[in-house]
Design a protein around this ligand. Structure first.
Ligand SMILES: [Zn+2]
Length: 58
């Protein structure tokens, strides 16, 4: 029934243990964007960053 999406910072090639799970993809993206912005100084509004994150979500 559940369709949980998972994201791991490691999948971006970062040495980071951050992992996030959510059923709602938009909610998941929001949380990931908050993390990469504060922890990795990445700008989540950049299309390349968006694409990297989307590819890493499974
Ligand atoms: Zn991270």
């Amino acid at each position: 029934m559940q369709n949980v999406r998972t994201f791991r910072c490691k999948d971006l090639g970062l040495a980071c243990e951050f992992e996030e799970k959510a059923e709602d993809e938009n909610e998941l993206m929001k949380r990931i964007e908050g993390h990469v912005q504060t922890a990795h100084q990445m700008n989540p509004e950049q299309p390349e960053v968006q694409e990297k994150i989307r590819k890493a979500v499974r």
